[in-house]
Write a protein that binds this ligand. Structure first.
Ligand code: ATP
Ligand code: MG
Length: 428
């Protein structure tokens, strides 16, 4: 036998029946986006490397150590598997002038790639769902995006996620804070790890986002950006809070919350849970009013969020809200190949009427006895078996055998008028 090949480390196959949970989540999200007026945008998985270097910031975890970057062997272009999708959405919006007639509300779903140490809730290929509102400046849209998340948790039956909120202010406010931060960390240089030492002058704000437990106390006592915010920034935050309060959305102001990319300003937020260990951030987002300009577009404000699908599904499992996969309505039992033509004609007619039919098919050991077919019918979860026996077919009929109700009697239906009885087989 040939050597068996395995998936790349940290990249997972999503198998049935688990994939049904993914589809269910995607359906809930599509319905949500429809309700809030967000439209789907799909960007390529591969983008020019400079998009992320410029967009996310050079001194960030993603750009420094997590990107899958390579050279196109045909022409030497520097390319990267997208580590996130906000930069790609902004590139597409600018490239196609989507903001020419006003703001746009956009959503996406799909795989992202980061070269991290694989562990529960942290993979090298993972999946995000994200929403972006581009071209809108007001705090109302920040609040709308947060309310959407709350609505999604409700739709999913997801409890145990709480909202943390902060403001990163504006670049000039950040400059004053940055000075204070560098001063503070310089006084505690001995407590900084190597990464923090390196970032001390290039990007001290990033130190606040450290995952090093040994530095948490130091970070906790660092100067707070909140204390450097001017009136306009505070008013923006207050307006977001007012909408959240009016809608009964609880939150905690977390002055340490800075997010992992450089593109954020003003509102930032995260939805977190204690149930997923150190991978507790389920969703994160914020305002990024300068990114569009940075990627070469006409200056325009924007705000958005992204959630990790693996983490959301993991949390649902943890909470015991796992969903049973959808079973077929009908399993078609066929004694032998002589019945196939008639059986498959009927099965097609049923499917046309919206009935989900799983058709028996031969395995490598042949067609299978009636007994083994009924076993498969049972295991499929179907409510009834349609039995295309030779005698029934000779009379132009098929037998209907209930599988879930031991007392129910078998009956027959006429093949000629499938439409008349299809509805009774269809799931309610
Ligand atoms: P973390 O702090 O856990 O590394 P992050 O700040 O890097 O997360 P974002 O870039 O904000 O994450 O991405 C938004 C969401 O995508 C995260 O809240 C998380 O749910 C999910 N996510 C990010 N990286 C991964 C990964 N490697 N594997 C699985 N999910 C991820
Ligand atoms: Mg990360």
């Amino acid at each position: 036998m040939a050597e068996q090949l395995k998936a790349v480390k940290g990249m997972n196959d999503i198998l049935p029946p688990d994939s049904a949970r993914w589809e269910w989540l995607e359906e809930k999200v599509r319905a949500l986006m429809q309700r809030y007026g967000y439209q789907n945008l799909r960007t390529p998985i591969v983008e020019p490397t400079p998009l992320f270097v410029r967009g996310l910031g050079e001194v960030t975890d993603i750009v420094e150590k997590e990107m899958y970057s390579f050279e196109d062997s045909m022409n030497g272009d520097r390319l990267t598997l997208r580590p996130e999708n906000t930069a790609g959405v902004v590139r597409a919006v600018v490239e196609h002038s989507l903001l020419y007639d006003g703001g746009k509300r956009i959503y996406y779903m799909g795989p992202m790639f980061r070269h991290e140490r694989p562990q529960r809730g942290r993979y090298r290929q993972f999946h995000q769902i994200g929403a972006e509102a581009l071209g809108f400046a007001g705090p109302d849209v920040d609040a709308e995006l947060i309310l959407m998340c709350r609505a999604l948790w409700q739709d999913l039956g997801l409890a145990d996620v709480r909202l943390e909120l902060n403001s990163l202010g504006q670049p000039d406010e950040r400059r004053a804070h940055r000075e204070a931060l560098i001063n503070y960390f310089e006084q505690h240089r001995d407590q900084l790890d190597a990464e923090a030492q390196r970032r001390l002058h290039s990007n001290p704000l990033r130190i606040l986002d450290t995952k090093n437990p040994a530095m948490q106390a130091l970070v906790e006592a660092a100067p707070k950006l909140m204390d450097y915010l001017g009136e306009a920034s505070l008013a923006h935050l207050d307006a977001v809070r007012a909408v959240l309060d009016a809608n009964g959305v609880p939150y905690r102001i977390n002055p340490r919350l800075v997010r992992g990319m450089d593109y954020y300003n003003l509102t930032v937020f995260e939805w977190v849970t204690d149930r997923l260990g150190s991978q507790g951030t389920v969703c994160g987002g914020g305002r990024y009013d300068y990114l569009i300009e940075q990627i070469g577009g006409k200056p325009a404000p924007a705000v958005g969020w992204a959630l990790g699908m693996e983490r959301v599904l993991e949390l649902l499992k943890e909470l015991g809200t796992a969903r049973a996969p959808k079973a077929p309505d009908v399993y078609a039992v066929v004694p032998g190949p002589q019945a196939l033509a008639a059986a498959m004609k009927t099965v097609e007619a049923l499917r046309e009427q919206g009935v989900a039919v799983l058709m028996h098919a031969a395995g490598k050991d042949g067609w299978g006895s009636m007994k083994s077919q009924f076993k498969k019918a049972d295991a499929s979860g179907a409510r009834v078996a349609l039995v295309f026996g030779d005698d029934e077919l000779a009379r132009g009929e098929v037998a209907v055998k209930p599988l879930r109700d031991a007392g129910a009697a078998q009956s027959t239906r006429t093949l000629a008028d499938v439409a008349a009885w299809a509805a009774e087989l269809r799931a309610a």
